[in-house]
Design a protein around this ligand. Structure first.
Ligand code: S3P
Length: 426
C-alpha cells in the first residue's frame, strides 16, 4: 500500500490567467472502449491522464487491444480471455461500462478494483445485462464486485433504469452493439449522452431523442468503424477552478476548451443563479472557453431533473455554498451516497471541520453561509473530488490547511497541484 500523502494549501491571492484542465474523463472512457471495438485504427487526441483512464486502457490491453500513442488498433476479433482479473482501480465508470462490453465476449473475465469499487452498487448493470442473456455474478448475488462475466449471445431489451445513470445506459448500449433485435433505453431523467454521440460518430445504427424530455435511445447490432476524436476538457474538473475564481476575491480566470454539452453544464447554471460572474466564448461542438471573475454569491436551491447533470460537482458546489450569503438546499441527490465515498457524509464531516454550517439530509445537504475558516487537517476519504474541493476551500483562508489522502486526486487529475499553483499569484 502507498503511504498517505498530506498536501498543504493556503490562500495566496487571486487566481488569474488562462487555465487548462484534463481531457474529459467520461469521453475518454468511451473513446477507449469504442476505439477498442471498432474494426481498424482509431485516433484519440487529448485523452485524460488520470488513473481511471489508465485502468480502462490496461484492461483492454490485457485482452489484446493495441495502443500506440494516440492510436488504438481495435476490433472484436482481437479480444481474448484475460489471464488475470482486470483491475479497474477506483473507476465506477470503467467497471460498469466494461461489464457492458464483456457481456457479449465469449470468454470469462473478472472485474476487481479498490476498496471503494467493492462497496459500490453493481446490480444496476448486472440486472439488465443478465436480462440480455449474459452470465454475470458477483458478491452478494451480483450486487458487488468482484464481478464475474461470461459473455455470450445477447438479445436486445427495452429497459427503464431505476436510477438516472449514464453508466447504466451506456453499459446496456455497449452490450446492445452485439445483441440481436433492438436495444431500447428510456430515461425518466436524461443523463449525459456521450455514448450515443460517439457511437453515432463510429457509424452505429443508433437513434436518440433530440432533447431531454421523454428521452429514448434505440440501437441495433452494429459493427463500428474507426473514428478520430479530440477529447475536450472536462467540465467536472473545470468546476473546481470556476468556483475557485468565483470565491477568491480579485480573481479573473479563463478556462479553455471545456465541454458543455447535454448533461454536463448544470453547475454553470447553478453558479449563475448564485450570482457568479461567468461568461463563455463558443468554440463549436459544445465546447467553450469559460471566463470567471470573483463575485459575491448567494444561496440557491438545487434539485429535481438538474441533479444528474451536476452530481459530480456537488462537493465543489458545497464549497461555493459555504462562501455564499444565505442557505443552499441540495435535494434529490441520494446517489451521492454511492460515489467514490458517501459524499453526503464526507462533505458534511470535512466541511464542518472547516467551520462550515452543513446539515446532511436523506437525499442531500443544507448549507448556510458564509461560514468557512479553513485551517487544521482534513481528510479526502480516498475521494478525488473531496480532496480537490477541500484544496479550493483552503484558498479562502490565510492559515495552512493540511489535506490527508491527497494522492487520491490522481484518479482523475494527477497534475492538480501544479496546475492550481500556476494560477496563483504569490
Ligand atoms: C459518468 C456518469 C455519472 C458520473 C460519473 C461518470 C459517466 O455516474 O457520476 O462520474 O461517465 O457515465 P452515474 O451514471 O452513476 O450517475
Amino acid at each position: 500500500m502507498q503511504p498517505e500523502m498530506v498536501a498543504t494549501f493556503v490562500g495566496r491571492g487571486p487566481l488569474t490567467g488562462r487555465a487548462h484542465v484534463p481531457g474529459d474523463k467520461s469521453i475518454s472512457h468511451r473513446a477507449l472502449l469504442l476505439g477498442a471495438l471498432a474494426e481498424g485504427t482509431s485516433k484519440v487526441l487529448g485523452l485524460g491522464d488520470g488513473h481511471d483512464i489508465v485502468a480502462t486502457r490496461s484492461a483492454l490491453a490485457m485482452m489484446g487491444v493495441e495502443f500506440d500513442g494516440d492510436f488504438i488498433h481495435g476490433g472484436r476479433s482481437r479480444f481474448r480471455e484475460p489471464e488475470r482479473p482486470l483491475d479497474m482501480g477506483n473507476s465506477g465508470t470503467g467497471t460498469r461500462l466494461l461489464a457492458g462490453v464483456l457481456a457479449s465476449m465469449p470468454f470469462l473475465s473478472i472485474l476487481v478494483g479498490d476498496e471503494s469499487i467493492h462497496r459500490r452498487p453493481m446490480e444496476r448493470v448486472v440486472t439488465p445485462l443478465r436480462e440480455m442473456g449474459a452470465f454475470l455474478d458477483g458478491r452478494d448475488n451480483g450486487r458487488f464486485a468482484p464481478l464475474v462475466v461470461r459473455g455470450g449471445r445477447l438479445h436486445g431489451i427495452e429497459y427503464t433504469p431505476g436510477v438516472a445513470s449514464a453508466q447504466v445506459k451506456s453499459a446496456i448500449l455497449l452490450a446492445g452493439l452485439a445483441a440481436s433485435g433492438e436495444t431500447v433505453v428510456r430515461e425518466p431523467i436524461a443523463t449525459r449522452r456521450h455514448t450515443e454521440e460517439m457511437m453515432q460518430l463510429a457509424g452505429a445504427k443508433i437513434r436518440y431523442s433530440p432533447d431531454d424530455k421523454d428521452y429514448v435511445v434505440a440501437l441495433s447490432a452494429s459493427e463500428l468503424r474507426p473514428f478520430e476524436i479530440q477529447v475536450p476538457c472536462d467540465p467536472s474538473q473545470a468546476a473546481f477552478f470556476v468556483v475557485a475564481a468565483s470565491v477568491v476575491p480579485g480573481s479573473d480566470l479563463t478556462i479553455e476548451n471545456v465541454y458543455v454539452g447535454p448533461g454536463r453544464a448544470g453547475f454553470l447554471n447553478v453558479l449563475r443563479r448564485m450570482g457568479a460572474d461567468i461568461s463563455t466564448v463558443d468554440r463549436g461542438a459544445n465546447v467553450v472557453d469559460i471566463h470567471v471573475r470573483a463575485s459575491e454569491l448567494v444561496g440557491t436551491e438545487i434539485g429535481g431533473d438538474e441533479i444528474p447533470g451536476l452530481i459530480d460537482e456537488i462537493p465543489i458546489l458545497s464549497v461555493a455554498a459555504s462562501c455564499a450569503v444565505g442557505t443552499t438546499v441540495i435535494r434529490d441527490a441520494r446517489e451521492l451516497k454511492v460515489k467514490e465515498s458517501d459524499r453526503i457524509a464526507t462533505v458534511t464531516s470535512e466541511m464542518r471541520a472547516l467551520g462550515a454550517n452543513v446539515e446532511p439530509t436523506e437525499d442531500g445537504l443544507i448549507i448556510t453561509g458564509p461560514h468557512l475558516v479553513p485551517r487544521g487537517r482534513v481528510r479526502s476519504h480516498g475521494d478525488h473530488r473531496i480532496a480537490m474541493s477541500l484544496a479550493i476551500a483552503a484558498l479562502r483562508g490565510d492559515e495552512t490547511l493540511e489535506i490527508a489522502g491527497f494522492e487520491s486526486v490522481a484518479t482523475s487529475w494527477p497534475s492538480f497541484i501544479d496546475d492550481l499553483e500556476a494560477l496563483q499569484c504569490g
